[in-house]
Ligand binder design. Sequence first.
Ligand SMILES: Cc1ncc(COP(=O)(O)O)c(C=O)c1O
Length: 385
Amino acid sequence: MTDTTYDFDSCPDRNGYGSLKWDKYKDSDILPLWVADMDFTSAPEIIAALQARLNHGVYGYTIPFDEPVDAVLGYLQRQHGYSAKASWLNFLPGMVPAINLCCHAFCGPDDSVMTATPVYPPFLSAPEYAGRELIKVPLCLNEKDQWTLDFEAMEASIKPNTKLLILCSPHNPVGRVYTREELTALAEFCERHDLVLISDEIHCDLVFDESVKHIMTATLSESIAQRTVTLMAPSKTYNLPGLACTFSVIENPKLRLQFQKTIRGIITEVNCFGYAACTAAYNQGEPWRQALLTYLKDNYNLLYAFIRNELPQITFRPMQATYLAWFDVSRLGLKNPIKFFEDHGVGLSDGTPFAGPQHVRLNFGCPRSRLQEGLEKIKSALQNR
Ligand SMILES: Cc1ncc(COP(=O)(O)O)c(C=O)c1O
């Protein structure tokens, strides 16, 4: 049965609102299916909370007050079985600055940072911006043809100066939800090599495959919790990235202090709207999230069947989470895949900055008709070349 409570089929026009996603192709007929920002309006419960905050009329400085703190702690417990304490939290105006600052906080100038590729580009640029060495280890395929961490290659690439590992869980861009076994092996790897683990779990509430469940790294064991910095946000799930409300959870007081010392004077407070949206998302957003997951799953099924049936030259492996589909287009023999698709009316994300050349990423967090239009454009582009 289709959920009629929330409407994901029609969306407001974003032209004229300074949208990163839409303004890139302003005044052109290129359909923007790039950047991780959905076209849906946020949950009505969140809009109402923002409206109420707006109506207060005073927009002064804010501190992490009880409402958002309790909303986050309640959410972590309910959704992920994690009993966190208020003192472990830091609210931040974005995850990207947090990832960059972690490279300063937990890694010296002569140290190195490891991550698994392809991956969200700031994982690759953050060590470089901090002047730290970057060790990139490609993901590999497991016996089920799913992307997974390549522990053999990680063991072979690690160096005595490696201090930090940045994990994307679930993984953007391959959409994989790691199992308990995989995460436990990763925890053992971090313990064996005495690494701090930055666990970016921003996509953890976007698991649309009901047969799998996201496991927070910090809930695996007390020992991995002591070396984990968890980064989370309601932004991807509830389509609030422009409101800049993210948080870190750091159990280990020594790591927490190191992080807090590094961010002071640099990171601003979250603004009053970010707190209002975060509180409403975690306290009231669950019915909307469930409806969103149903819609995303149907979009994914349509996308998957279309690629398999109509465009078998594109390799698209099954995914379990996120609204970001990762296509291997190497068999198309395109010199510049992004330009080719733009020339045929579709704006996708280029795989190269993810360390995935000859790949493109398609955002299916949009009305189904828009996704269908994009797919038809891709199909005719490939037929007419
Ligand atoms: C894995 C991952 N981390 C972080 C972010 C962005 O976080 P923020 O907007 O809070 O900087 C994204 C956005 O797509 C992402 O995919």
